[in-house]
Design a binder for this molecule. Sequence first.
Ligand code: AP5
Length: 238
Amino acid sequence: MAVAVIEKRTEDGKVIRIVPGPILLLGAPGVGKGTQAKEIMAAWAIPQISTGDILRANVAGGAELGKKAKILMDRGELVPDELVNEMVAARLLQPDTANGYILDGFPRTLGQAEWLDGHLAAQRGSLPVIAVSIQVGYTQLLRRITGRRSCPVCKSIYNIYLQPPKVDELCDLDGTPLTRRSDDTEEVFEERMRTYESLTAPVVEHYRALGRFDEVDGEQPVDAVAAAVMAAVLRLRG
Ligand code: AP5
């Protein structure tokens, strides 16, 4: 992976070098955290750390942890903090996180946020986190969730209503049949939204109060949202 240092030209023509550091993408189910994480990853060569993806890999692998997690995920509830914090701690030990990473779907409770803040404060040289919250209305979220399909091989994300593949239900990149997440039904989405409002919305307020926080309108085309998210990151780090 290339070294993730971004060059930015200032208004007076100087070029400054910015290290992305830890970036939190916050927002309700379906706002586009995963889609945007992949855009940033491609542009800046820093990894996406999605706790949802790590949990789904454990489910697919049949691990004991995965079996317990699947029951909660299929109900739209959260997996216990200790378990998720441990997963994130292990992932942050990987060398590809040295210059920055995107946390997608974490932290999701105030307990996880406090754990993360403490964990990073204890790491010498770590930049403080910056948080970008993506906003999308309820009706659009429902369409995004119920229409989402993804490629089990290359992980590309599609939407049968909003971003359909060129050939029905097949990945554009490798032709693999697309799959649908078991928690992407309308019923589970409603529960995920209730969980979001009660447990995760306070996390957004936590980072808003700390500063180094920005919000972007997620109801624009993917490229426009990506440009807004990256501009917010550069502003917060610059
Ligand atoms: P997780 O996988 O994190 O799900 P989520 O937060 O509900 O978010 P989603 O992945 O559903 O949506 P997204 O915002 O990434 O949107 P996407 O880019 O895919 O978590 C799943 C479960 O795991 C949780 O319910 C919980 O049980 C457990 N879990 C995970 N993390 C946990 C944690 N920290 N603690 C405890 N438990 C945890 O986009 C959605 C759709 O919209 C796609 O079809 C896409 O193509 C489309 N789309 C995206 N952007 C646009 C756009 N700009 N225009 C049009 N369409 C768009």
